[in-house]
Write a protein that binds this ligand. Sequence first.
Ligand code: HEM
Length: 368
Amino acid sequence: MTAIAAPHAGSIETSTRDIDEVTEADGDRAVLRWLVATAICVVVALVIGGVTRLTESGLSITEWRPVSGVVPPMSDADWARAFQSYLQIPEAQDVHRGITLDAFKALYWWEWVHRLLARLVGLVIAVPFFVLLLRRRIRPALQLRLANLPILVAAQGVLGWYMVKSGLTERTDVSPYRLVAHLAVAVVIYLIAAWTAITLRRRVVAMDRLGVTVAVLAFVTILSGGFVAGLDAGKVYNEYPLMGAGVVPTEYGAMGAWWRDALENPVSAQFNHRVMAIMTLLVALGAWRVRDGRGSAEALRAWRWVAIAAMAQVALGIGTLLLAVPIPLAALHQVGALGVLTAGLWAAGAASPPASGGGIHQDGPGLS
Ligand code: HEM
C-alpha cells in the first residue's frame, strides 16, 4: 500500500490518505453518477418507446435478434424482405392497409431506434454495475438492491419481445397487459435508481410517509395510465370533466366482472385513470399544505415540486385527452408521470439531513 502525505497549511502536521483504498464517499459518488445516468436513460427510452407506440410503429420489426438486429436493413433486398414479413401481420392488413415501402421504412426506423436505445440502456446499467461491484465501490448494504437493475433490464428486453409477439398473429395491436407490464418494469428500474440516488445524497434515516404516499399513488396512476394507452382509451370521451351525460360514463361496468371491466373496457380504464389522477393530485396538494412552513429548506422545495408536478401532470393529461392524444403532448404526459413520482420520492427523502461526504446511513431508512 502506498500512502501520500500532503502538507497542512501553517503546520508541520500532515494529513495522509491512502490512495489505494477507495473511500466510501468516492464509491458513493461513482455509484451516484451511474444511477443518475441510468435514470436519464430510462426516461429517454420511455419517451422513445411512447412515441413508437403512438406512431403505431412498434410491430414493424417482426423478428427478435438481440445482437445482429443492431444492423438495420442495408440493401433493397433486405428492405423488401422486412417489408414482406411485415405485410403478413394483421396490423399491416388492417390499420396500415395499403402501406407503401417508404411509409413502412418510417415505422421501422422508430422501432429500430427504440430497440437500439434499449440495448444501450442495458449496457449503461449492466457494465458499470459489474465494474463497480468488482472494484468494491458499491456498499454491501446496496449490492443486492442494485443487482436488480441488470436483472430487470435483461427481463425488460425479453418482455418487450413478448409484448411485440402478442401483436403479430391475431391482434392488430399488442396485449394491453403486456404493455402495462413493460411500462411497469421500466418504472421500477427508474424507481430503484432514483430512490437509491436520493438516499446516497442524503443520510436518509426516516422516510416522510406523505412523500411515500404520493410516490405510491403516482405509481398506481402510472399503471392505470398504461391501460389507457394500451386500450387506446384516450380516443374516447375526449371531454372533461364529464364523460357523456355524467361524470360516470354509462358504459362503466359493462364488461362483467369488475376486474375484467377495469382492465379491458377502454371507457372504464379512462374513468379509473381520471379518479386515480385526481386522488394523486388531491393528496399531493394536501400533503404540501400540511408540510408547508415546516422542515428543512430542501424539504420545502421538494414539497413545492410535488404540488407543481402533480398540477402540471393533470393539466397535461386533460390536454392530451381533449386534443385526442397528439403525439408531443402524450409524450410529455408520459415524462410528467415520472416527474410526479420523482418529486414524491424526493419529498420522502428530503426530511433527512444531507449526507456528509456523500454517504448514506448504514441502518437504512425507517418511516416517520
Ligand atoms: C398524476 C396524474 C397522472 C399520471 C401520473 C398519469 C400517468 C399516465 C401514464 C404513465 C400514461 C401512459 C402513457 C403511455 O404509456 O403511453 C398515461 C396515459 C394517459 N393519460 Fe394520464 N396521468 C395522470 C393524469 C391524467 C389526467 C388527469 C388525464 C385526463 C383526464 C389523463 C389522461 C391520459 C390519457 C388520455 C392517456 C393516454 C395517452 C396515450 O394514449 O398515450 N391523465 N397517463
